[in-house]
Write a protein that binds this ligand. Structure first.
Ligand code: R5P
Length: 302
């Protein structure tokens, strides 16, 4: 594209950064870092980076460590007066986007401020949990969708028969609708409730819009964390005798034994993007990220 770009691979996103650098035909810079015995990170960014920098660091668990590393690296870049685009494929704390219970801190608002405090002016994330989360940024913060890539993967690889797309809750209905539109599939939404004190998930019993017996079901969500939402959805759906059940998501946070629990609940396969590296990360985000980065850099140069 004629402009020198350095892609800086944050410690949490080396693989994705390598792919983005390759798409952009950019230099790939690694970051030297050390984790001390007390858990603190020391970052060293002595390698020279160009004027246009893209820093990629996803903030999956250990969340606070990855978040602080992102902030440290961004501060270093902005101090060097590089034009930096921060790419945070999985934005931690985006589910804490409002006060659910009296006295709760709206963590997302603070995280957004922290990115701004270290000099970030442009930020890209992917399938952030809610529009409310994005609204806390007063910088150029863009939210990309992985729905098209996930749908393309499903069409090419799952070979489903008369698939039915399911959103585990109303909040994810729009995403599931778009996914179903691309697959030309039927779609419906479950009614999920989470106990805000215990975090336990309940799926309300409901009459299904149509018969799913013998049909493949794809449950699609923005993220799988404890796996409870997918487990409860699958347990409910299985009573209607579907063929295979698949779980697809953008961010496979996968706390502890989430994959095992999901499998035990009848899900044949879990598929996620590489916003978080894992065994389920079969959908590569580098094409959508590099396209957006290239457009930001081009616009900035005008
Ligand atoms: C919630 O509204 C989200 O869209 C996900 O459904 C939820 O965060 C998944 O979390 P878990 O796997 O812990 O149920």
């Amino acid at each position: 594209m004629g402009r020198e770009i350095s892609v800086i691979a944050g410690p949490s996103s080396v693989d994705l950064a390598t792919k983005v650098a390759s798409c952009l035909d950019a230099d790939l810079l690694s970051v030297d870092f050390r984790i001390f015995k007390d858990g603190e990170t020391k970052i060293n960014m002595s390698k020279p980076f160009g004027k246009n920098c893209v820093l990629i660091q996803s903030t999956y668990p250990p969340t606070d460590r990855h978040l602080l590393q992102a902030l440290m690296m961004l501060k270093k870049c902005s101090d060097s007066s590089a034009d930096i685009v921060a790419v945070v494929p999985y934005m931690a704390y985006s589910r804490q986007d409002r006060q659910f219970l009296e006295g709760e801190v709206v963590s997302m608002a603070i995280v957004a401020r922290l990115f701004e405090c270290v000099g970030t002016r442009r930020l890209i994330t992917v399938d952030i949990h809610s529009p409310a989360s994005l609204s806390y940024f007063s910088i150029d913060a863009r939210n990309l969708s992985a729905t098209g890539l996930l749908a393309k993967y499903a069409i090419t690889n799952l070979k489903t028969s008369r698939p039915v797309v399911v959103s585990p809750d109303k909040g994810g209905a729009k995403r599931a609708m778009e996914f179903a539109r691309i697959l030309k599939a039927d779609m419906f939404t479950l009614s999920k409730r989470r106990d805000m004190q215990t975090t336990e998930v309940f799926v309300e019993k409901q009459k299904l819009n149509f018969d799913i017996a013998g049909r493949d079901v794809i449950i699609i969500d923005d993220m799988i964390s404890t796996g409870e939402s997918i487990v409860k959805a699958s347990e409910f759906l299985i009573e209607a005798n579907p063929n295979n059940i698949y779980a697809m998501c953008t961010h496979a946070v996968m706390i502890e034994d989430a994959p095992k629990k999901i499998e035990a609940a009848g899900v044949k396969e879990i598929i996620s993007t590489n916003s978080i590296p894992s065994a389920t990360a079969k959908v590569d985000l580098s094409s959508v990220i590099s396209r957006e980065v290239a457009s930001i850099i081009e616009q900035a140069a005008i």
